[in-house]
Design a binder for this molecule. Structure first.
Ligand code: AMP
Length: 449
C-alpha cells in the first residue's frame, strides 16, 4: 500500500545510515559523477552531440518521470525491467508513475503527442539523460545510469536500420574504441515470433533435465531469455535450439538481407548472432548490440543496443508507424575508455593561475581576476592561500599554462610576473598590460594560417 508523504512517520524516513554520528551514504546502485571523471563525460557528451548534429538529428528531452503504463505497454510485462526493476510510486491524482527505465517509449509518446507524423518523415531524434532500473547492483549495472540514443521514426526502409548501425559503429571509432563487435539478428514480426517461441518452448521441454533450475523456470515464462544466457550448460543446450531466422516470413527475411547487404557495402563488420533477441516487446525485425571486443563472450557488458520497433507507436495509440533506434550506455563506454587507456582531450585545465602574496596584492588580484574573466581567459586562483609555493603547486596540479605572480614588490613597482609553467621562464611586465600580454600569448595565431 502506498502512503502519502505526510503519512510517513519520521522514523521510517530516518534510515540507520542517516542517524546522528554516521556519515550519510549513497543509495545502493547510485553513483556520484566526481570532478575527476568529468572530462570523460564531457568527451562522450560532446562526441554524441557532434554526431546528432552531423547526422541531421534533432534533440529531444522527455521528462524523467512518466506514467508507468507507458513502459508496461511497450517494454512488456514479462521483462525484468517491468517485473522487477521499475522505480515507481503513486502520485496523487496521476496514478502509478515511474522513473523512466529507458527513453525510446518516451520519444515515441512525444512523437504522437506533438503530431510529429505531420512533419516530413522520417523524424530523427536524439536524447541524452539518466535512466533508472532497480537492478541487482554489480559491475556495469547501476540503478541510475545514463543513455544517449538516436531514433528514426516514420520509415521502414532497411537502409535506415543500416544507417543507425553505421552511426553506432562510427561513434565507437570516433571515441577511440574501434575494436568493438557488432552483433546483429532479426526477430521478425510478433506473429512469426509466436510460432518460433512455440517451437523453442517445445525444444527446451525436451532438454529440461539438462537445464539449470533458473533456466527451467523460464521455459514457459520467458524462453527468449534462456537464449542469451551465459551459463555454459545452457549454451550447450542452445547450440541445437531452433533459430529465429528460420521462422521469419518472406518480408522480414528480405528486409534483413538488405540490412546486412548495406552493412557489407559500408564495410562494417558484424557477427550474425542467432541468440540475440533483446527482451523488449516492442522490437521487430532487426536487433543489434555492440560489445567490447575484449570481452567477447557476453552481452552483459554491451555498450549499446537497438533495433527496429515497427509496432511501438501503434502500441501507444498512434497510427501504425515504423521506427528504428539505438541506445548507448555512457557509464559502460567510459569504463572501456579507461580500461583501454584511450587518451581523452582535456579542456578543463585553466589557462592561467593567478597567485598573490600579501593584502595589497590580494585586492589587486581580485580586480585583475575579473578583467581576465571578461575577456574569456580561464583563470584559477586560491585567494585564501598566501604561500607562493602552495599556489604554484596548485597551478601545476591543475595544468595551468601560465601563472601570474603578484607580490608586494610587484605591487610597489606596478608590475606583475608571468611564468610559463612548462619551461619555468618568468618575465616582468607592466601590470596595466597584463591582459593584452596574456591575450598575445594565449591566442597566438598558428604559423602558416
Ligand atoms: P538496453 O536497452 O537495456 O540494451 O540498454 C542499452 C545500453 O544501456 C546497454 O547496452 C548498456 O550499455 C546500458 N545499460 C543498460 N542497463 C544498464 C545499467 N543498469 N547500468 C549501466 N548501463 C546500462
Amino acid at each position: 500500500m502506498f502512503k502519502k508523504p505526510e503519512d510517513i512517520e519520521q522514523e521510517e524516513i530516518v534510515k540507520p545510515g542517516n542517524k546522528k554520528g554516521k556519515a550519510a551514504q549513497l543509495l545502493r546502485g547510485f553513483k556520484d559523477i566526481l570532478p575527476a571523471d568529468q572530462h570523460y563525460w564531457e568527451f562522450v557528451r560532446k562526441t554524441a552531440e557532434s554526431f546528432y548534429k552531423g547526422y541531421g538529428f534533432f534533440r529531444i528531452d522527455p521528462p524523467i518521470l512518466e506514467e508507468a503504463n507507458l513502459f508496461i505497454r511497450t517494454v512488456g510485462k514479462g521483462t525484468d525491467i517491468i517485473e522487477k526493476e521499475l522505480f515507481s510510486f503513486v502520485d496523487q491524482g496521476q496514478g502509478l508513475v515511474v522513473l523512466r527505465p529507458e527513453a525510446t517509449a518516451s520519444v515515441a509518446r512525444a512523437y504522437i503527442n506533438h503530431g510529429m507524423m505531420n512533419m516530413p518523415q522520417p523524424v530523427k531524434l536524439f536524447y541524452f539523460g539518466p535512466m533508472f532500473r532497480r537492478e541487482r547492483p554489480q559491475s556495469g549495472r547501476h540503478r541510475q545510469f545514463h543513455q544517449f540514443g538516436f531514433e528514426i521514426i516514420g520509415d521502414d526502409s532497411p537502409v535506415i536500420d543500416a544507417q543507425i548501425i553505421a552511426v553506432a559503429s562510427n561513434f565507437f571509432r570516433q571515441v577511440g574504441l574501434p575494436d568493438v563487435s557488432i552483433q546483429v539478428n532479426s526477430i521478425g514480426t510478433p506473429e512469426s515470433r509466436k510460432e518460433y517461441i512455440k517451437e523453442l518452448v517445445a525444444y527446451y521441454r525436451t532438454k529440461r533435465k539438462m537445464l539449470p533450475e533458473e533456466a527451467r523456470g523460464r521455459i514457459t515464462k520467458n524462453p527468449l531469455r534462456i537464449l542469451d544466457s551465459k551459463d555454459p550448460a545452457v549454451q550447450l543446450v542452445n547450440k541445437d535450439a531452433p533459430q529465429i531466422i528460420d521462422y521469419l516470413d518472406d518480408k522480414s527475411k528480405e528486409h534483413f538481407m538488405k540490412v546486412v547487404g548495406y552493412l557489407d557495402e559500408l564495410h562494417i563488420e558484424y557477427v550474425l548472432n542467432p541468440y540475440l533477441v533483446r527482451g523488449l516487446d516492442y522490437y521487430t525485425d532487426t536487433v543489434f548490440e555492440i560489445w567490447p571486443q575484449v570481452e567477447k563472450e557476453t552481452a552483459q557488458s554491451a555498450l549499446c543496443g537497438g533495433g527496429r520497433y515497427n509496432g511501438l507507436i501503434e502500441m501507444l495509440g498512434g497510427r501504425p508507424t515504423p521506427g528504428v533506434g539505438v541506445a548507448f550506455g555512457v557509464e559502460r563506454i567510459i569504463t572501456q575508455l579507461r580500461n583501454q587507456e584511450v587518451a581523452i582531450p582535456r579542456d578543463d585545465a585553466p589557462q592561467v593561475f593567478l597567485a598573490q602574496i600579501g593584502d595589497q596584492a590580494k585586492i589587486k588580484a581580485l580586480l585583475l581576476f575579473e578583467q581576465l574573466r571578461q575577456v574569456n581567459i580561464n583563470v584559477a586562483e586560491n585567494f585564501a592561500k598566501d604561500s607562493l609555493k602552495t599556489q604554484l603547486e596548485l597551478a601545476n596540479k591543475l595544468g595551468a599554462q601560465y601563472a601570474l605572480i603578484l607580490g608586494q614588490k610587484e605591487v610597489m613597482d606596478g608590475t606583475i610576473l608571468i611564468r610559463d609553467m612548462e619551461s619555468g621562464v618568468q618575465e616582468v611586465i607592466d601590470f596595466n598590460k597584463t591582459v593584452s600580454a596574456l591575450k598575445k600569448k594565449l591566442f597566438k595565431p598558428t604559423a602558416g594560417v
